[in-house]
Ligand binder design. Structure first.
Ligand code: ADP
Length: 379
């Protein structure tokens, strides 16, 4: 009988799990939040993922529950687990992806490298942290942030006045996360996958470029990274995956400092934007690997298909441009570019799709990926 994977959330990540599910003969089912979600082709149920009854009904139709996002309440997942449902990654791991303060505390206990950090719940504590860290810090809401929302540069406590209001503090669990402002030379991401049995695999370390807090480009492998850096990044990912009990795909976002240190910024326990290149750039894509991992199947090879891959995101320009209606000319002019669209309603800044180009010359693939994305943006 076919194995059945249930994905909570109907976004582009669930959508991109569809082709490998078809290839492997896995029945993919999606609990989407709306009728016309990005993963409409695999949607078998529409409902509110915060309601235990809804998720439990969905869980009855599959062998394992996994995720397109990290927002399913932990109480819902714990109840499912108590009822014997396989949830991958399990709630005890997801707790660290849902709360940045808990993540920092756990990674500190594991001795993994991170920016200096503290839990802040008053103006006095924030002032003390500023004094100790050169008069500037990054302040984050521990829950609910994404794509740079919930992240602020703080120079004086007035910059955080609204976040220190009791109502705001209460809504995020009582404390904020303060971090030293890292003077990083670039941002990197280490993608990996782990099965419940403990098999573990990494892809090559990638460089990510952010614009306004949103990922805009990914280069695989990270240009100029030496062997020691590659090994350290893979070890960090292994330490996180084993230490937190993560299953499925894990993305560890890293800062590289000018003297070559790697510091953990963020974790994502699901396929991640930094791994979209793997659809064409790796023998096994992150989406296939995630399905294999959550089903505890053997993992596939993460060897690159070509020496270089570049992915450029297609971010919405307005509420009309959908990157599909007028792309004929672009497809004709850029036949070696892999164009992906997510079927989402257009909105400025929204992730609408991406372009990946793979090849033997890093300069050529970068130029071609950028040119294709630029042409699609204008099309
Ligand atoms: P989100 O969860 O919204 O993606 P992140 O924690 O990844 O938020 O932060 C968004 C961006 O803010 C990062 O990609 C990085 O550019 C910047 N940033 C976050 N933390 C720090 C830090 N400690 N020092 C310097 N820059 C940071």
């Amino acid at each position: 009988m076919a194995k059945r994977v249930g994905v909570i959330g109907g976004g582009q990540l669930a959508r991109m799990m569809t082709p490998p599910a078809i290839n492997l003969g896995i029945e993919l089912k999606v609990l989407a939040e709306a009728e016309n979600s990005s993963a409409v082709m695999a949607t078998t149920m529409v409902g509110d993922y915060t309601q235990f009854e809804v998720v439990a009904e969905f869980a009855k139709t599959v062998d394992v529950i996994t995720f397109d996002h990290e927002h399913v309440p932990l109480e819902v997942l714990r109840k499912l687990e108590e009822a014997g449902v396989s949830v991958q990654p399990p709630s005890r791991a997801l707790a660290f992806a849902q709360n940045k303060l808990e993540m920092r505390a756990r990674l500190s206990a594991l001795g993994l490298p991170m920016p200096i950090w503290a839990a802040i719940s008053s103006a006095a504590e924030l002032q003390e942290f500023l004094n100790d860290n050169g008069g500037v810090c990054i302040l984050k809401t521990p829950i609910g942030g994404y794509d740079g929302k919930g992240v602020r540069v703080i120079n004086t406590i007035e910059d955080a006045a609204d976040w220190l209001e009791p109502a705001m503090l209460g809504s995020v669990g009582g404390s904020l996360l303060a971090e030293e402002k890292v003077n990083f030379s670039r941002e990197l991401a280490q993608l990996s996958a782990r099965t419940p049995s403990g098999e573990f695999a990494t892809w090559p370390l990638v460089q990510t470029v952010q614009a306004n807090g949103v990922c805009s480009e990914v280069m695989s492998p990270a240009p100029g990274a030496d062997q020691a850096t590659l090994e350290r990044a893979a070890e960090i990912a292994r330490g996180v995956a084993d230490g937190l009990g993560v299953t499925g795909v894990l993305a560890v976002e890293l800062f590289e400092t000018p003297n070559g240190r790697l510091l953990i910024n963020e974790l994502a326990m699901r396929p991640h934007n930094s791994g979209h290149f793997s659809i064409e750039g790796s023998t096994t894509s992150q989406f296939e690997q995630h399905l294999r991992a959550v089903l505890d199947l053997p993992l596939g090879s993460t060897a690159p298909t070509q020496s270089h891959s570049v992915m450029v995101n297609l971010l919405g320009v307005d509420d009309k441009h959908d990157f599909v209606s007028s792309y004929e000319q672009v497809l004709a002019q850029h036949p070696s570019a892999n164009v992906h669209t997510y079927g989402k309603a257009p909105r400025a800044g929204r992730k609408m799709g991406h372009v990946t180009v793979v090849g033997q010359s890093s300069a050529d693939v970068l130029a071609e990926a950028r040119a294709t994305a630029q042409a699609l943006l204008q099309g």
